[in-house]
Design a protein around this ligand. Sequence first.
Ligand SMILES: Nc1ncnc2c1ncn2[C@@H]1O[C@H](COP(=O)(O)OP(=O)(O)O)[C@@H](O)[C@H]1O
Ligand SMILES: [Mg+2]
Length: 366
Amino acid sequence: MTLYPQLIIDALSTVRYPGTGKNLAEAGMIADNLRIDGMKVSFSLIFEKPTDPFMKSLLKAAEAAIHAQISPEVEVTITTESRQAPRPEPGKLLPQVKNIIGISSGKGGVGKSTVAANLAVALAKLGYRVGLLDADIFGPSVPKMFQVEDARPYSEHIDGRDLIVPIERYGVKLLSIGFFVDPDQATLWRGGMAGNALKQLIGDAAWGELDYFLIDLPPGTSDIHLTIVQTLAMTGVVVVSTPQAVALADARKGINMFTNDKVNVPILGLVENMAWFTPAELPENRYYIFGKEGAKQLAEEMHVPLLGQIPLVQSICESGDKGTPVALNGDSDTGNAFLQFAAAVVRQVDRRNVEQAPTEVVRVQH
Ligand SMILES: Nc1ncnc2c1ncn2[C@@H]1O[C@H](COP(=O)(O)OP(=O)(O)O)[C@@H](O)[C@H]1O
Ligand SMILES: [Mg+2]
């Protein structure tokens, strides 16, 4: 049997690229470097992006098609090319970002997203350039908290790559998986898919120059945390907890996850959310419904700063639902509490940058 180029191209024409539904020839994905040497065939497939999600399965399908259509004896070597420049290496992403801060909590519902959103807004009000990434893939809340649920970020060709342009709101650059997929769908994803989506939101987006890049992390400890510390050198983490014992126990676990010697991300401090309840009609009163100063004590015990105490008040909840974070209004007591907290974060980051070495990304073990 004699192999010739058209035979190979015909075989590849039976394979469809799932992204567009076109076959490999139609899609212009077969590079013109096809070589035939006896029963050996080699060529490249051209992908738009170096991170194409269908790459692996397509290489298999192409080889299988040649074997099925021509002969199982054909020795196939396929390499890949991409039209776009590759994403920079882990640890070299976001070169124009000065500080990367994770907002973490041991458990869900303690107000992590509320704290992240208000911290972002408060930092922007203090004059800093701020980005906020919603990394809570399975429970994104940035779209709602910033009233941008209908936003659909577009992409722009920058430095040889197509980059997602973050949505801007209240002076904060925002990206969330919630802009791209229905969260109900995301819950069906395999772990790897969520991690890949997140890497795209970090590495394939036009974040530009930022003083603070905040990441609203998922609650607890998860594969997503692992992906983040393997992708980015985080300056530090702010841990959110309520004063309640169960929340504190989980917060402690969360702290240990970041400070263990494989990960080594500094804890910037704790913030006690829902520290006390103050009814709108009795603004002087404080009711310690989840216990008193639990997070403050945990901070002392673990030798990390307490960066703020945020009361449980109806306005925080309502403004979160309306998509207008209370930190927008610095004149209100609660808005002011978040501004003070933001100032404490700024001081702590400066201090950390003077006293401690830069964080290193966690190397992936093979
Ligand atoms: N300090 C607070 N006062 C009143 N409501 C709050 C406060 N912090 C959070 N909430 C409300 O509690 C709910 C959970 O907060 P959220 O920030 O979504 O938590 P998490 O991100 O930790 O799951 C939301 O409805 C939010 O508006
Ligand atoms: Mg949340």
